[in-house]
Ligand binder design. Sequence first.
Ligand SMILES: [Zn+2]
Length: 124
Amino acid sequence: MTKKQWNQKELEGFRVLVNEKRDDILASIEQARSRADDIIKEGNQSSIYSSHMADAGSDQQSLEHAYSIINRESKFLNYLDKALQRIDDKTFGICFECGELISKDRLAEVPHATKCFDCKTTRR
Ligand SMILES: [Zn+2]
């Protein structure tokens, strides 16, 4: 029986995949952050010119939305960083629960997965 581990070539393939996702996330965090900055800037201006309450409300909402994106994506970024660490350790893509390899399809979808589909879905 072969050892339950992805080979180096496969691990490098996963690294490319994780890095691509990472770039996407960094871009979307950057986008949300600059949108939040714009809203804050505009908000400051509109308070100087004592403007409409309705606008202030929707600004607040957009701002919260931007921050929730930043929050969510930062968490995801953290998971991906850990996945990169596991690629270095060669423990990437191995189920924490049963020690089996996680399917490639699942890893392509969720590269930071730490459990195989079976362990994830069956609660014991
Ligand atoms: Zn498992």
